[in-house]
Design a binder for this molecule. Structure first.
Ligand SMILES: C[S@@+](CC[C@H](N)C(=O)[O-])C[C@H]1O[C@@H](n2cnc3c(N)ncnc32)[C@H](O)[C@@H]1O
Length: 268
C-alpha cells in the first residue's frame, strides 16, 4: 500500500500492467535465478520501486535507480529495506554503480533521447542477464520514432524520446555486446502485448544475456544483419516482398504465429 498521497504510478492501469509484467518476470526468474547464480539486481527507471520490491521478495539484493530524485525518495519510503540511488541511465556516470547479476529495466527504454548509449551502459552494469520491457512501435525494421512526451513523473527526463520497434531493441542489445537475445515464448497476459483485430501490440518483454539460456519460456531472437539503406527499395516497408513477410512470420514465437493466422482468417 502507498504510504503517501497517490502518484501517477498508483493509477489502475499501472496495477493491471504491473501484475501481468510481474507474473511473467517472476516465472522466468524462478527458473533462472539459481541456474545462473543470480544474487544482485539493479532496477533501472524504478519509479516508486514496485519492481524493486518484487525483486527483493524473489530473494535478490536490490538497488533501485531512477533519474528523478522525488521518485527515489518516495520509492525509499515505500520499500524501506531496498537501497535506492538517483542516476540518469544516459549518463556514463551510471556505470559507477558497479555490476549486477541481473539488470532489470522495465518501462524505461522508450523514454530516452539516446537509447543505444543507455543500452551500452546497461551492458556495462550487467554480469549475466538483462530483463527489459518496453513500449514498441509497429514494424519489423530496426527503426525508432522521435516522440514528444508528456511532462509527468513517469516519463522521460527531457520530454522527448525515441520509441523503438522490437527489432530495433533486439539489434541494439546485440550491438551493445549481449551475446544472446530472447523473446518471451508467451508475452505477459495483458492486452498491450497482443495484437487483436482492433488493437495493436504496443509493448514487449525481452531477455538479453551473456550466455546461452535453455528455457522453454524463451525463444532466441536472431541477430539480423541489416542491408537496409535509404536508397534501397527494401527501405519502403510497404514494398515488403512475400519472401520477407514469410521470414518475419517464421521468426515469431508460436503463440504470436497462431494470433497472426487467426487474424488473417478473421477469427479472434
Ligand atoms: C514509465 S516509468 C517506469 C516505472 C517502472 N519501472 C515500471 O515499469 O512501472 C519510467 C521511469 O523512468 C524514469 N526515467 C526516465 N528517464 C530516465 C533516465 N534517463 N534515467 C533514469 N530514469 C529515468 C522516470 O523518472 C520514471 O520513474
Amino acid at each position: 500500500m502507498p504510504l503517501s498521497a497517490p502518484r501517477i504510478f498508483d493509477q489502475q492501469h499501472y496495477a493491471l500492467l504491473n501484475q501481468a509484467r510481474g507474473d511473467a518476470a517472476a516465472r522466468l526468474l524462478h527458473e533462472l535465478k539459481d541456474a545462473l547464480h543470480l544474487r544482485t539486481a539493479v532496477d533501472l527507471g524504478c519509479g516508486l520501486g514496485h519492481f524493486s520490491g518484487l525483486l527483493q521478495s524473489l530473494g535478490f539484493e536490490v538497488t533501485g535507480v531512477d533519474g528523478r530524485r522525488e521518485n527515489v525518495e518516495e520509492a525509499a519510503r515505500r520499500n524501506s529495506t531496498v537501497s535506492f540511488r538517483t542516476a540518469n541511465v544516459e549518463d556514463p556516470g551510471v556505470r559507477s554503480l558497479g555490476t549486477f547479476d541481473l539488470t532489470f529495466c522495465f518501462g524505461l527504454l522508450y523514454h530516452l533521447e539516446n537509447p543505444l548509449l543507455a543500452i551500452r551502459h546497461l551492458r556495462a552494469l550487467t554480469e549475466s542477464l538483462l530483463l527489459a520491457e518496453s513500449v514498441v512501435c509497429q514494424g519489423d525494421e530496426p527503426t525508432m520514432v522521435l516522440v514528444d512526451e508528456a511532462v509527468e513523473d513517469d516519463q522521460g527526463l527531457e520530454h522527448m524520446a525515441f520509441y523503438p520497434t522490437e527489432a530495433c531493441l533486439i539489434k541494439m542489445f546485440y550491438r551493445a555486446g549481449f551475446t544472446h537475445v530472447y523473446r518471451f515464448a508467451e508475452q505477459p497476459g495483458h492486452s498491450d502485448y497482443a495484437a487483436t483485430g482492433e488493437t495493436r501490440r504496443v509493448r514487449t518483454m525481452l531477455a538479453a544475456s551473456l550466455q546461452p539460456m535453455d528455457s522453454k519460456l524463451l525463444v532466441l531472437a536472431n541477430d539480423r544483419r541489416e542491408d537496409m539503406q535509404p536508397w534501397n527499395a527494401r527501405y519502403d516497408v510497404s514494398r515488403e516482398t512475400a519472401g520477407e513477410k514469410l521470414k518475419s512470420f517464421a521468426q515469431k514465437p508460436l503463440p504470436e504465429k497462431f494470433r497472426s493466422i487467426k487474424r488473417i482468417i478473421g477469427t479472434r
